[in-house]
Design a binder for this molecule. Structure first.
Ligand code: DC
Length: 224
């Protein structure tokens, strides 16, 4: 099998359940899990950490190029390490989340991260989760899933995730923020959030988590 046949891509908007579903699918099949959102978060964290001007495209690209990023799979979960510092929790703060759109629209930043993603995906059978996995990064993947859910359900899930981390949440504000990020993601010039033509769309609204995981695992076993 070529590396392309060993890739499962899971794309979709924020809060559709991609991360937890992708992790469970990877676990069920013995595949690695690639959280590409964590990579955009890491690049954003680094820019903020160095106090860069978020309007300075060249500086943001240079920072992303200079970033020494490691995604380490440990028993307790994925750890994100940048320039030797563990930033796993720091990349989930609202401050980072709000600033990502300054970087994720820059073609030069995306090119650097896409190259890293392809390199990681070529090494091991992988479940790659993000926004442009099926459309841009792994267009040749045989198993492409687009996960979606109602905005209200996605907001509820994100609120629960944040509360679990001890971050206080205003659910109405969160729904507005997710909606705004949806719009930014769908309307941006480079790699907008779109369902690849050959992706299967799964609406997770009101559905059992295990049922969705089983559906994707069955699909992967069929086509890979
Ligand atoms: O999935 P997430 O919320 O951790 O992703 C964080 C942000 O990164 C999200 O707002 C959009 C961006 N992103 C992207 O542009 N392309 C990807 N492949 C993954 C994430």
């Amino acid at each position: 099998m070529t590396p392309a046949t060993q890739i499962i891509v899971i794309d979709g908007p924020a809060g559709a359940g991609k991360s937890s579903v992708a992790k469970a699918v990877a676990h069920a099949l013995g595949f690695a899990f690639l959280d590409t959102g964590a990579m955009y978060r890491a690049a954003t964290w680094r820019a903020l950490h160095h106090g860069l001007d978020l309007g300075d495209t060249a500086a943001l690209i240079a920072s992303t190029r200079a970033m020494n990023l490691a995604l380490e799979e440990r028993a307790e979960g994925l750890r994100v390490v940048v320039d030797g510092e563990d930033i796993t929790d720091a990349i989930r703060t609202p401050e980072v989340t709000r600033a990502i759109f300054r970087l994720d629209q820059i073609a030069g930043v995306r090119e650097l991260l896409v190259a890293m993603q392809r390199e990681i995906g070529a090494k091991r059978p992988t479940v790659a989760e993000g926004r442009d996995m099926g459309s841009v990064v792994f267009p040749e993947a045989k198993c492409k899933i687009f996960l979606d859910a109602d905005l209200s359900e996605r907001s509820r899930r994100r609120a629960a995730q944040l509360r679990e981390k001890g971050i206080p949440v205003d659910e109405a504000a969160l729904a507005a923020e997710i909606h705004e990020r949806d719009e930014q993601g769908r309307n941006r010039e480079h790699a907008p959030l779109v369902q690849a033509a050959d992706a299967i769309r799964i609406d997770t609204t009101g559905r059992e988590f295990e049922e969705i995981v089983d559906e994707i695992v069955a699909r992967a076993r069929e086509v890979l």
